[in-house]
Design a protein around this ligand. Structure first.
Ligand SMILES: [Zn+2]
Length: 672
C-alpha cells in the first residue's frame, strides 16, 4: 500500500465504514522522520515459540487460494481516478511477502495470512462461477447466466471493479451484466457498482440490483452519526497511512488493504425480504438466506443449487471476524451469528461442493465445507457463551479477555485464528453487549479523566524520570503491555516528554511486531508512528458522495445536524425554523431549545422564526460543499420566508468536526 503524501486531494468518499479511510490512504511517502526499530529479543522469542505451536506444515489453504487460477495483472496494478497520483491498487509494495520465512518483525501466523491474501487474479470456482480475488480488500464473484452475467459484490471502488471485470472478459465471452447482488451493506461490497452496471439501465429495468432488506438504510446510515470518530480510528485499524513492509503494514487480516478509487452506489431495485426466498435470475437459481444482525445489519447468504455453490457472504471467512471492530462500531451478536451459520449448514451443507465467501478463498468438498462451517459456528458460539459464563461469575472485561483461550480443536484451525477480530477484543464485545462499559466497581464509576489521572499517577510514582527508569527495566524484560500502560501516563501528564514518547512508541512497536491480528499490528504501529512523529498532516476529506447523499433520509440529515450542535453556543437560545422541500413535498420543523435540536415532520410550525423552501439537490450540493447556504439564498435556490438572522445564528452553532484528533496524547484543545 502506498504510503502517505502530505497533502493530496482525493475524490469524495461515501459514508460507510471503509470509506473515509480511502481518503487517508494517499500517495507519496509519509516521511518516516523516525525509522522503525528492529525486533527485541523478547519479540524474537515470542515469534519462535508460535512457530512451534501452529500447524505450519498444513498448506491446504495455499492450494485452495491458487486453485482454478486463470490469469492476473502484473502486480495487480490498477490505476486510480484520473486526478489521483496513486494507483487504486498495487501489490508491488507487498513483494516482500514472497519470502518464505517470516522476519522477526512480523508474527509468523499473520505473515502466512498476509501471503495468502497476496494471491491475486481471476479464478474459476466451478463451471459458470468465477471470482476475482485480491484486486481489492473484497472478492468479486461472477456467475454466468443464460444471456448475461450476475455479479456478486462489485468491490469497493469503480477502478478495481472495472479492472476485475476486464480481466474476466479477457478470458470469457463478453456478455452484459444483467444482475448485480450486494451481499451486505458494507462499502467494500458495493462501492464499485458503477463500473459493472449503468445506473440508467437499472432505472430503466434493463439490469437488476438485488440486495437484502434494509440495505440502503444501513449502507448510508451506519457511519454517519459517529462517522468522524470512526474514520480517524480506522486509520489505526487499517494502517492505511503506514508504509507496507516488514516493519510496517502487511495486511488487514481480511484482505490486503482498501483500494483508493471512486466509491459509487446504485440503489437496489430488488429487495430480498423473506428468508429462503427462491429466485431465478437469467437462468440462475438462487436461494437467499437472510442473516440480519450478523456481520452486517443487512446481509444474506446465497445458495446456487445448479452449481452446488454456497456463498456465505461475510458470515464465514478464513479468520475470526469482529464482534467489535476497533475503529469503533456497535457490537455484533455472536450468538445470532453462530445460529445463522448453523442454519445455512443445515439447509445447504449437504448440497454444496464449493463454499465461497466475499473475502478470502473458497473451500472445496462437502466434508471440508461442513468442517469449516461447524468450526466457524463454534468459534462465535464459544466466544459468546464463555464470555457470558465468566461475566455471570462476576469477571470484568480485562479479566475475561485474559482468561479465555480457544479450545485446541479451534486454536489449530487457521480459519479460526484472530487475524481481523481477536478473542480478546471480541470477548469484551460480548461484555459490552450485555453489561455495557461499567464493570460495577464503584472505583471505576467516576474516575478522573486521563490527563488529571495521569498527572497524579506520575506524581505518586515518584515523577516522570522515575517511571521511565522503571519502565526501561520492564521493557528489557519484554513487559511491553505494562510499559505501554505506565508510560502512557507520563505522555498524558506531559506530551512534550520526548523520552516518554519514545519509550511508549518502542513498547507499542514490539507489541505490533508480535500481534497476530493485522488490525492490532496496524493500531500498535500507527500509535508508535504518531508518538514519534506526531499526527500526519492530511487534508480533511469530505465523508460524503453524491451517490450516498441521494439516499440519505431527511431524518438522518436532521439527526446529524443535532449531533453537531455546540451546546455552549446554543445556551439559552430558542429558534424554530420551517423547512419545505419543494420537490419531495416534505415539511420539517427544526426546533432549538434547551441546547437540544429536535425536529418534527408533516406540517409546518405556526410560529416559526423563519422558513425556507428548497429542493433536495440544493441541500445535497450544500452538504457536498459545492454550494454555501448564503450562495444558495443569493441565487434563489433557497427561498426564505422571513429574515435570515435566526438561520445564520443556528448554523453558527454547529461544530465542524476535525477529522484528525489526538489519540495517543492529550487533546490540544479542551472539549467545550
Ligand atoms: Zn467486507
Amino acid at each position: 500500500m502506498l504510503p502517505l503524501k502530505r497533502s493530496s486531494k482525493r475524490s469524495p468518499a461515501l459514508l460507510t465504514q471503509a470509506i473515509a479511510l480511502l481518503f487517508l490512504q494517499s500517495a507519496g511517502a509519509m516521511a518516516q522522520q523516525v525509522p522503525p526499530k528492529p525486533a527485541e529479543p523478547a519479540t524474537i522469542a515470542a515469534q519462535a515459540k508460535l512457530k512451534q505451536t501452529l500447524p505450519f506444515a498444513n498448506k491446504q489453504d495455499f492450494d485452495d487460494a491458487r486453485y482454478g487460477f486463470i490469469d492476473t495483472l502484473p502486480d495487480a496494478l490498477i490505476a486510480g481516478p484520473a486526478a489521483s497520483p496513486v494507483p487504486a491498487w498495487n501489490m508491488k509494495p507487498y513483494a516482500f511477502l514472497q519470502k518464505d520465512a517470516s522476519p522477526d518483525t512480523v508474527n509468523p501466523s499473520l505473515w502466512r495470512q498476509a501471503q495468502l491474501n497476496s494471491i491475486h487474479g481471476l479464478f474459476k470456482v466451478t463451471d459458470r462461477v468465477y471470482q476475482v480475488r485480491n484486486f481489492d480488500i473484497s472478492n468479486m464473484t461472477i456467475i454466468e447466466g443464460d444471456k448475461g452475467l450476475l455479479i456478486i459484490d462489485p468491490l469497493l471502488t469503480k477502478e478495481t471493479a472495472a479492472a476485475a471485470l476486464a480481466l474476466y472478459y479477457k478470458h470469457r465471452p463478453k456478455k452484459p451484466v444483467l444482475n448485480v447482488i450486494y451481499s451486505h451493506s458494507h462499502a467494500d461490497h458495493f462501492g464499485g457498482v458503477k463500473a459493472v452496471v449503468d445506473a440508467a439501465d437499472v432505472a430503466a429495468g434493463k439490469a437488476q440490483v438485488i440486495a437484502p432488506d434494509g440495505f440502503m438504510e444501513h449502507a448510508v446510515a451506519e457511519n454517519i452519526i459517529a462517522g468522524n470518530a470512526m474514520s480517524r480510528r480506522a486509520q489505526y485499524q487499517f494502517g492505511a497511512l503506514l508504509p507496507p513492509g516488514e516493519k510496517g503494514q502487511v495486511d488487514t487480516g481480511l484482505g490486503k488493504a482498501l483500494s483508493r478509487g471512486s466509491l459509487t452506489l446504485i440503489a437496489p431495485n430488488v429487495l430480498i425480504k423473506q428468508d429462503m426466498e427462491k429466485h431465478v435470475f437469467d437462468g440462475i437459481e438462487i436461494v437467499f438466506n437472510l442473516t440480519p444482525g450478523t456481520e452486517a445489519p443487512s446481509e444474506m447468504n446465497m445458495y446456487f443449487p445448479q452449481f452446488r455453490v454456497l456463498d456465505m457472504a461475510e458470515n464465514t471467512s478464513h479468520n475470526m471476524h469482529n464482534l467489535y471492530t476497533i475503529r469503533g462500531a456497535e457490537v455484533r451478536d455472536g450468538n445470532a451469528w453462530a445460529r445463522y451459520i448453523d442454519e445455512a449448514l443445515g439447509a445447504f451443507g449437504s448440497g454444496s461442493d464449493y463454499l465461497i465467501g466475499q473475502h478470502h478463498w473458497p473451500t472445496r468438498g462437502q466434508d471440508k465445507i461442513a468442517d469449516f462451517m461447524k468450526k466457524q459456528r463454534d468459534m462465535y458460539k464459544f466466544i459468546h457463551d464463555q464470555s457470558v459464563r465468566l461475566l455471570n461469575q462476576g469477571y470484568t472485561p480485562n479479566e475475561i479477555a485474559e482468561t479465555l483461550q480457544m479450545p485446541e480443536s479451534l486454536a489449530n484451525e487457521w480459519a479460526d485464528r484472530g487475524y481481523y477480530g481477536t478473542l480478546s477484543h471480541n470477548s469484551k464485545a460480548v461484555y459490552q453487549k450485555y453489561l455495557g462499559w461499567y464493570d460495577a466497581n464503584p472505583a471505576n464509576l467516576n474516575p478522573l479523566p486521563p490527563v488529571e489521572a495521569a498527572k497524579k499517577y506520575v506524581e505518586y510514582m515518584g515523577g516522570a524520570d522515575n517511571v521511565i527508569k522503571r519502565a526501561r527495566e520492564d521493557f528489557k524484560q519484554g513487559n511491553y503491555r505494562w510499559v505501554a500502560t505506565a508510560v502512557n501516563h507520563v505522555v498524558y501528564a506531559d506530551p512534550s516528554n520526548k523520552e516518554a514518547r519514545e519509550l511508549a512508541a518502542d513498547a507499542l512497536e514490539q507489541m505490533g511486531y508480535q500481534a497476530e491480528a493485522g488490525t492490532w499490528r496496524n493500531a500498535y504501529l500507527f500509535g508508535a508512528y504518531e508518538l514519534r512523529n506526531g499526527m500526519p498532516k492530511i487534508n480533511a476529506p469530505s465523508s460524503l458522495t453524491a451517490d450516498a447523499l441521494q439516499a440519505l433520509s431527511l431524518d438522518l440529515f436532521f439527526d446529524f445536524l443535532g449531533v453537531r450542535l455546540n451546546a455552549g453556543r446554543a445556551e439559552g437560545k430558542h429558534i424554530v425554523i420551517n423547512w419545505q422541500f419543494t420537490d419531495t413535498k416534505q415539511v420539517y420543523v427544526l426546533n432549538l431549545e434547551n441546547s437540544a435540536l429536535t425536529y418534527t415532520s408533516g406540517k409546518p410550525a405556526a410560529k416559526a422564526d423563519t422558513s425556507l423552501a428548497l429542493d433536495r439537490p440544493t441541500l445535497n450540493a450544500i452538504m457536498l460543499k459545492q454550494l454555501t447556504f448564503p450562495q444558495a439564498v443569493q441565487t434563489g435556490k433557497i427561498k426564505l420566508g422571513g429574515p435570515p438572522d435566526k438561520l445564520v445564528e443556528l448554523f453558527s452553532m454547529l461544530d465542524e468536526f476535525n477529522p484528525m484528533f489526538e489519540i495517543i496524547e492529550p487533546k490540544k484543545t479542551a472539549a467545550k
